[in-house]
Design a protein around this ligand. Structure first.
Ligand code: FEO
Length: 396
C-alpha cells in the first residue's frame, strides 16, 4: 500500500473496513480515519484516529520515527473519530505539544483528562516552522464543528482539510487516482449530504479561503487523498454548498395498507411524463442516508405518509427528523397521504416538516380518505406532472 503523500510526508491512519454506522449515517463502504506524519527537523503528526485504533496509529508512527522525536501533534478537529487516540499519543510521545486553536483546546478539555498536556494555541493565519517546511493554520468554523481548522504546508502546496472533501470509504488505496472517479465523487457527495449539508454557508466561506491557496494535494481526514482530481472535488463542493438543483424529482413515502403507496405511484407516473430523473423511495425499504444523498441535488420532492395515531408512520418520522436536521435548500414540493377518520398527522404533519425545511410548497397537501379514488389518483398524477415540469428546466 502506497502511503507516501510527498517525500517525508506519510499516512499513519487506520482503515475501518467494518464500520456501518456513523452517528446515523449508514456507512456501507466503511471509512478511514486519516492521520499524517510530517518528517522534518521537527516531526509533526496531523490528527488522531478513533480511540480503539490508537495502537495501530502509534505502530505506524513508530515505524517511521522514534516517538520521542515527535514535537507537534496537531488537532484540526475535536470530534472523537479524530481526537480519540490523542490521549494515548500524548502519553507515548513524551516531547510532543498539542497544537490547536483555543476553541479546540476547550473542546478537548471537555472530552479528555488533559492535565498533563503541553499546548501550543494557534489562531487563524498562524504558522509553525518544522524546519524545511511550515504548517499554517486556517480556522474553518462549522466544517464540521466550531473548532475545526485546516492545516496547510505551503512548501508542498498540501492542504490537510480534516472532514472537508472526505468520504466514508474504506479502500486499500490512499489516492483518488487509484479508485474510479465516479465512485469516490459519489462517496464524497454522500459524505457532504449526510455530515455537513446544513453548513453550506460556512463551507462556502471555507471554499473562498481555500481558493486563495496554491493546492497540489488535499488530504482529508476520511477516505482517499485528492491529488489528480482536485478540480472535480472542488467543483462538486461548489454545487453542493448551494444544493444546486438537477433535473431530478424524488417521491418519498411510507404506507400502511397501500393507499399512500398508490398515491405515490400516481405521482411518479406524472413525473415520468417529463425528461427528468425520478427517484422513488419507500422509507421502509431505503435508509435515510441514501435518501439524503439524493435530496441534496434534487429540484423537487413529494413526501407522503398516512395518519397513524394522529401522527406519522414511525419510519417517516425518523426520516424527516434526519433530513430536516440536514436542512436541504432550493427545493419545491408538496405533501400527500391517506387518512381514516382523523386529518391530524399524516399529510398535514408532513407539510409542517416540509415548511420547517423551507421547501417551497407547490400546493395544498393531497389527502385521500382510505383508498384513493381514480379522480384522486389523477390529482396525484397532475401534481407529479407539475414537479416534473418544474425540474425539467434544470436539464443541462
Ligand atoms: Fe470526521 Fe466531524 O469528524
Amino acid at each position: 500500500m502506497n502511503i507516501e503523500l510527498k517525500e517525508g510526508i506519510n499516512w499513519v491512519g487506520y482503515i475501518d473496513w467494518t464500520v456501518r454506522d456513523f452517528h446515523g449515517y449508514k456507512t456501507e463502504s466503511g471509512s478511514t480515519y486519516n492521520s499524517y506524519m510530517i518528517e522534518d527537523e521537527q516531526n509533526a503528526v496531523i490528527d488522531g484516529v478513533k480511540a480503539q485504533y490508537a495502537e495501530y496509529q502509534i505502530k505506524r508512527m513508530a515505524a517511521r520515527v522514534g516517538l520521542e522525536s515527535i514535537k507537534y501533534i496537531v488537532c484540526n478537529h475535536a470530534e472523537p473519530d479524530h481526537s480519540g487516540s490523542l490521549p494515548e499519543l500524548m502519553k507515548v510521545c513524551p516531547n510532543a505539544v498539542m497544537v490547536c486553536n483555543a476553541k479546540c483546546k476547550d473542546t478537548l478539555e471537555k472530552h479528555f483528562d488533559t492535565a498533563d498536556w503541553e499546548w501550543q494555541i494557534v489562531d487563524d493565519g498562524d504558522s509553525i516552522s518544522l524546519g524545511k517546511r511550515t504548517l499554517t493554520f486556517l480556522n474553518t468554523p462549522m466544517v464540521h464543528w466550531p473548532e475545526s481548522m485546516f492545516s496547510y504546508v505551503p512548501e508542498e502546496k498540501l492542504l490537510f482539510s480534516m472532514d472537508a472533501f472526505g468520504q466514508h470509504f474504506a479502500t486499500a488505496f490512499r489516492f483518488d487516482d487509484e479508485e474510479p472517479l465516479d465512485v469516490i465523487l459519489q462517496e464524497a457527495k454522500a459524505y457532504y449530504a449526510n455530515i455537513v449539508m446544513l453548513y453550506g454557508r460556512p463551507i462556502s466561506q471555507t471554499l473562498k479561503k481555500a481558493a486563495e491557496l496554491e493546492i497540489e494535494m488535499i488530504a482529508p481526514s476520511h477516505g482517499v487523498i485528492w491529488r489528480s482530481h482536485i478540480k472535480e472535488i472542488l467543483e462538486g463542493y461548489q454545487k453542493w454548498v448551494v444544493c444546486k438543483p438537477e433535473p431530478k424529482v424524488i417521491v418519498m413515502y411510507a404506507s400502511m395498507w397501500g393507499s399512500t403507496g398508490k398515491m405515490a405511484e400516481a405521482i411518479l407516473e406524472g413525473i415520468q411524463e417529463y425528461e427528468v430523473e425520478a427517484r422513488f423511495y419507500s422509507v421502509d425499504a431505503t435508509h435515510s442516508t441514501t435518501i439524503a444523498t439524493e435530496v441534496l441535488d434534487c429540484a423537487a420532492i413529494a413526501i407522503g405518509s398516512p395518519t397513524l395515531n394522529n401522527s406519522l408512520m414511525p419510519n417517516m418520522a425518523g426520516a424527516l427528523c434526519y433530513l430536516g436536521g440536514l436542512r436541504p435548500t432550493n427545493k419545491k414540493g408538496f405533501a400527500f397521504g391517506s387518512y381514516g377518520w382523523s386529518k391530524r398527522g399524516g399529510a398535514s404533519e408532513v407539510e409542517d416538516r416540509m415548511k420547517e425545511m423551507k421547501i417551497e410548497l407547490t400546493q395544498e397537501p393531497i389527502r385521500s380518505q382510505y383508498v384513493p379514488t381514480p379522480e384522486l389518483l389523477e390529482k396525484c398524477r397532475e401534481a407529479g406532472r407539475e414537479l416534473g415540469k418544474y425540474a425539467e428546466q434544470y436539464k443541462h
